[in-house]
Design a protein around this ligand. Structure first.
Ligand code: FAD
Length: 317
């Protein structure tokens, strides 16, 4: 089932969903699946699974010289999707990324997803390799998420890249990312909105936002999108704050600003256990306000931890 169809069927009721990250290479998949089992109580119709590009790591080669080789630290997105659907009977939403892939490799992944009966993909550019700092497309790959949206949309029209055969048509529902606090690479808010609009014009059916802790940022984002003629559902992405360190780590990685009120609450905390409580309380208030605003889905970045998400969900659903 398409994410947009779940939203339509909910008739204004707010849905619950989560994102999970594949385990580090080769680690136990059951641990990941067990960790989200308690969240199934809140009936997520879909679960997102992130995709990760390779990182370049230095290794000593046979000749004793250091060589730089690409290693994917978190493989397994497609397999995890299959396991999720089998175990929890939810729709899996794999992320697909430009970085590290040629268009042909992406086409093959999309065919795998199609054969697995997956109806949704979240289409992203992907992050830069940590060692590189700036995003660089692979030769023969896409530079922007909008180009990958077009590839999926073309496939939905039955068009393959170099096809001599007719394909079994896909009908993927396409999600894309949006940034209430602006994407860090974007020269301005104006250009970021223009690029987001382009993704929708090329075929995106819904938007999921980067995490934010200040609902005003989300409300302003939605208003501006509507003013720009972006009329697809906008799903807020949420993460409960769990440690004091996250105030700087999340701000740095995701380029976001924490509301002063939240920072001052966290600064009063003696331990991270107390911070976790503040994070849950903040999350509950955020979610209540978002629900009153009429958001279609509350989408949680679990980052491997589910107890705080469960406490928030229990308080609001
Ligand atoms: P784009 O939409 O391509 O935008 C990237 C930047 O380029 C923006 O600044 C935009 O304004 C600009 N831009 C777009 N088009 C043009 C153009 N034609 N000319 C000039 N500039 C342009 N990363 C992963 O690696 N794996 C994941 O699974 C993953 N999941 C995510 C899920 C969500 C909900 C979100 C919000 C992010 C996720 N990310 C993931 C991170 C994401 O890949 C990064 O934020 C990345 O830097 C941007 O991706 P994008 O799809 O928004 O890129």
């Amino acid at each position: 089932t398409k994410v947009t169809e779940f939203i339509r069927q909910a008739e204004g009721r707010t849905l619950f969903s989560i994102e999970i990250i594949p385990p580090l290479k080769g680690q136990n998949i059951n641990e990941l699946l067990n960790s989200i089992e308690p969240l199934m109580e809140f009936k997520p119709p879909f679960v997102d699974v992130t995709y990760h590009r390779e990182e370049l790591i230095d290794r000593v080669g046979q000749d004793g010289l250091i060589e730089r080789i690409p290693v994917r630290k978190r493989p397994g997105t497609v397999g995890i999707c299959a396991r999720l659907m089998e175990r929890f009977h939810v729709d899996a939403v794999p992320h697909i990324i430009c970085g590290g892939f040629t268009k042909d490799e992406t086409e093959d992944v999309l065919i795998d997803l199609h054969y697995l009966g997956i109806d949704n993909v979240l289409v992203l550019r992907g992050d830069a390799e940590k060692s590189a700092g700036v995003f660089k497309a692979k030769q023969g790959g896409h530079s922007y998420a909008s180009e990958l949206v077009k590839q999926v949309h073309d496939m939905n029209q039955g068009k393959l890249l170099n096809a001599e055969t007719e394909m079994w048509p896909t009908d993927f529902c396409i999600g894309v990312a949006g940034y209430p606090e602006k994407h860090f690479d974007a020269a301005s808010f104006d250009s970021d909105y223009a690029h987001l609009r382009k993704k929708v014009e090329l075929g995106a059916d819904y938007i999921v936002t980067q995490m934010f802790f200040d609902n005003q940022k989300y409300f302003q984002f939605v208003e501006r999108c509507r003013a720009e003629g972006i009329n697809v559902p906008i799903i807020p992405g949420l993460k409960p704050l769990a440690t004091k360190k996250q105030l700087t780590v999340l701000a740095d990685i995701f380029h976001l600003e924490f509301p002063k009120e939240l920072v001052s609450e966290v600064e009063k905390c003696a331990t991270d256990k107390d911070v976790r409580k503040v994070g849950i309380e903040w999350g509950i208030q955020q979610c209540k306000e978002l629900m009153a605003y009429g958001v279609p889905v509350l989408h949680f970045y679990t980052m491997g931890k589910s107890d705080n998400v469960a406490q928030i969900a229990r308080a609001i659903f």
